[in-house]
Design a protein around this ligand. Structure first.
Ligand code: ADP
Ligand code: ADP
Ligand code: ZN
Ligand code: ZN
Length: 752
């Protein structure tokens, strides 16, 4: 690509200091593809998301009226001297899409809207305009389930302990604790005895307790409205969208409520008129249930000049979904069930169809969840966005994607305080020659293992049929490293999670959000804070509780968090530094107590690496060493867990579980977020777990991990209905020498 010609063709960043950025100044070429590299914690996100994208979005918000602004999060200005030539930025990240059951792959990509219009024009018999095909509108929705496609059933045994009485807390459901208002209405209703076990209720009493419809009762002179437990929960809890539920309510629903397909519409969400209308023998629900790659073929065969432009747009959208490696999904798949990588790719498709130009698109590891076979196609889509006149900024570790960059910005040299500098900026050839850690690793190839550990037994999976699995039976070897491979959608998660989750001795370490994480940080989550508190108490001859976030020693304004959160309806909350304690978390009295010269606030501000030196022995040192071993030494002890990436969350969980006596560890793409140089350290850690007698099963696309495996289970041959079979089991050496699966071919190419 051309050298950066004049200053209007670059985004100028001057004096960036967010998080660990060391007064960074650089120019990023516009309408080009720039890849940001560097070890995790080097400052990539702080620069790309925290500075460039954040400032762009803040400036857009400022163009709205004060009225509209009052509904938007007030984003603080990033810590940067100047930013010039920004364009509007769109972040396409791995945040899962809302778990709203009315949002599907079809609605999220607009393909569903387009399909509705096609059916309203061409469907026979004619059902009406396009609203008649919408399950979100009264004209089209099934009247029984109101367009949800499913009905809910509450499992009474999950919420009522029949051996207990109401007074003893027989009910385990939100807002029904002993003494609460809802509980009082039941217990004092006079309809049944509150001091007798539920099991001793007569049939009538049990019916009144569980199912009695709304009735007026007089309890102790007060008129109250009585509802049986089940109808009340249906109304108060289940009428809400899962997304808008508080976490404890959501957990309750997950535990006690089952969803079954609606009998009236058979789960299609639509009414009879909509289902009767067909094109080439299929109704709109049939189309939405097809695998997208099959639907694309179907739509290519429809040829009607009256809807030609619309058909072209619909075909483009479906073809993009296939091209991006999502052809195995169906339009009726609920957005909330997609993985982070799948969500990011669905969002990307929305933007490929956009006619906006000169936008800055920002991606966070777009290759996560992609087999080497699919990466090429992802690369093509990134280039297509660029060629439409957009600036494309990508945080990425995979050499295949770094290779297509017009420009690379390599941050480092290390993580945290040891990073935050631009080590190299220029083209890929220059990066190779630069001698930076990234440059040196770019062409580095892991070697195949030559000696394989022998299994100490087998964990059999028999007749697995979850999702697309075709009656799969496979033996997973114990005491070795097994890597499960296959293209996205081949069935890896269905096989491993579907068969192993919840089994005794199996610990699943995934990237899902950590509950209650806003108030948690690495110190609280790992239990490290307990040791720290004890050390402070001993050194100062005071009680340990003084140093906890719920004691009188904590700042009462922020409850010891250091940040104050403002919740905004429908939007992510906003965090601001507590004004009272200025982020120090504790009262001035508590801050006077020190341990080897540091107060509690200073200790919580330390990075894991610094704290590990500060606590050279004991329980605290052991916990900190595990965090170091999983590659998190750059995290600060008090950093809110909500700011961690999926990969960081997974490694944090791994650090905790390593201390347990597990026997089988299951990890899902643990290399996500890891620099090539960090992958070696992760492999060392997995070896340690195995040497200590454990079994490790990893779902991975990273070839260095495949090469390091003792055993490979390869799924395929393709995705969705073209996948779901075991196409190879054996050592990676046998894979490359005897097999011709997609994985075998790519691994062979990688090793050569
Ligand atoms: P990368 O994207 O390269 O992994 P980050 O920009 O996320 O790196 O992190 C750079 C440094 O800033 C790390 O030391 C990290 O712990 C720190 N950091 C990132 N986000 C926050 C935050 N919200 N609060 C405090 N420190 C943070
Ligand atoms: P992989 O882990 O190899 O990417 P998955 O096991 O996630 O593959 O998916 C295999 C098949 O099962 C795909 O066709 C996918 O669409 C389907 N599938 C996975 N999860 C769900 C789900 N929650 N609901 C419906 N289908 C699913
Ligand atoms: Zn229905
Ligand atoms: Zn405070």
């Amino acid at each position: 690509m051309n050298a950066v010609a004049d200053s209007h063709d670059v985004i100028q960043v001057r004096g960036a200091r967010e998080n660990n950025l060391a007064d960074v100044s650089l120019d990023v070429p516009k309408r080009r593809l720039t890849v940001f590299t560097g070890v995790s914690g080097s400052g990539k996100s702080s620069l790309v998301f925290g500075t460039i994208a954040a400032e762009s979005q803040r400036m857009i918000n400022e163009t709205y009226t004060a009225f509209l602004q009052s509904f938007m999060p007030s984003i603080g200005r990033p810590d940067v001297d100047a930013l010039h030539n920004l364009s509007a930025a769109i972040i396409v990240d791995q945040e899962r899409m809302g778990a709203n059951s009315r949002s599907t792959v079809g609605t999220a990509t607009d393909a569903h809207t387009m399909l509705r219009i096609v059916f309203s024009r061409l469907g026979e018999p004619h059902a009406g305009t396009s609203g008649a095909f919408s399950f979100n509108l009264p004209e089209g929705m099934c009247p029984v389930c109101e367009g949800l496609g499913k009905v809910t059933t509450i499992d009474v045994d999950a919420i009522v302990d029949r051996s207990k009485s109401l007074n003893d807390g027989a009910i385990d459901a939100p807002n029904y604790g002993v003494g609460t208002w809802y509980w009082q209405v039941l217990a004092h209703s006079g309809l049944y005895p509150a001091d007798r076990p539920i099991a001793e209720f007569t049939e009538q009493q049990l019916h009144d307790f569980l199912h009695k419809p709304t009735t007026k009762l007089n309890i102790g002179g007060t008129n109250v409205t009585y509802d049986g437990l089940i109808p009340k929960l249906q109304r108060t809890v289940l009428s809400k969208d899962r997304e808008s539920m508080q976490p404890h309510i959501r957990a309750f629903v997950d535990r006690a409520v089952t969803f079954t397909a609606c009998g009236s519409c058979r789960g299609t969400r639509l009414n009879e008129a909509a289902l009767a209308s067909k094109i080439r023998g299929l109704n709109i629900a049939d189309c939405c249930a097809l695998q997208i790659s099959d639907l694309a073929k179907f739509v290519h065969e429809i040829d009607d000049p009256s809807v030609a432009p619309l058909l072209t747009t619909l075909r483009d959208t479906l073809d993009s979904l296939v091209e991006i490696g999502l052809g195995y999904l169906s339009l009726d798949r609920e957005s909330g069930t997609l993985s982070g990588g799948e969500s990011q790719r669905v969002k990307m498709v929305r933007h490929l169809g956009s006619s906006l130009t000169d936008i800055t698109y920002v991606f966070d590891e777009p290759t996560v969840g992609l087999h080497p076979h699919d990466i090429q196609r992802m690369n093509n889509l990134l280039l297509r966005l660029r060629d439409k006149g957009n600036t494309v900024l990508v945080v990425e570790h995979k050499p295949e994607t770094i290779a297509i960059a017009d420009h690379v910005v390599d941050l480092g040299p290390g993580a945290g305080v040891n990073g935050g500098q631009v080590c190299y900026a220029g083209d890929v050839a220059g990066l190779r020659a630069s001698g930076t850690l990234t440059g040196r690793h770019l062409d580095h190839r892991a070697k195949l293992r030559t000696e394989f550990r022998s299994p100490k037994g087998f964990l059999p999976i028999t007749g697995a049929r979850t999702n697309n699995l075709k009656d799969v039976s496979v033996d997973l070897p114990l005491g070795v490293l097994t890597v499960v491979t296959g293209v996205a959608g081949s069935g890896k998660s269905s096989l491993i999670h579907g068969s192993l989750r919840g089994k005794p001795g199996v610990v699943t370490v995934d990237q899902s959000p950590i509950r209650g994480s806003r108030r948690s940080n690495p110190a609280t989550y790992t239990g490290l804070l307990d040791s720290v508190r004890t050390a402070f108490a001993k050194a100062n001859g005071v009680k340990a509780a003084l140093f906890s976030a719920n004691s009188e020693g904590a700042c009462e304004n922020c409850k010891g968090i250091g940040l104050v959160y403002t919740d905004l309806a429908m939007m992510a909350g906003v965090a601001t530094v507590c004004e009272k304690c200025e982020g120090k978390r504790f009262t001035p009295e508590v801050l006077r107590y020190t341990l080897r010269g540091k107060n509690i606030s200073e200790v919580l501000a330390m990075s894991v690496a610094d704290a590990r030196e500060f606590f050279p022995s004991g329980q605290a040192h052991a916990v900190l060493s595990r965090l170091h071993d999983v590659g998190l030494s750059y995290l600060s002890l008090g950093q809110p867990l909500t700011t961690l990436s999926g990969g960081e969350r997974q490694r944090l969980k791994l650090a905790i579980h390593m201390a347990e006596k597990a026997s089988t560890y299951v990890l899902d793409e643990p290399t996500s977020g890891l620099h090539l140089a960090d992958v070696d350290q992760l492999l060392g850690l997995l070896d340690q777990l195995i040497d200590a007698g454990n079994t490790v099963i990893v779902i991975e696309h990273h070839q260095a991990v495949m090469a390091h495996a003792d055993w490979v289970v390869d799924l395929g041959p393709g995705a969705g209905h073209d996948g779901g079979r075991v196409v190879f089991t054996g050592t990676p050496a046998d894979l490359v020498s005897t097999s011709d699966t997609l994985t075998a071919r790519h691994l062979k190419e990688y090793l050569s």
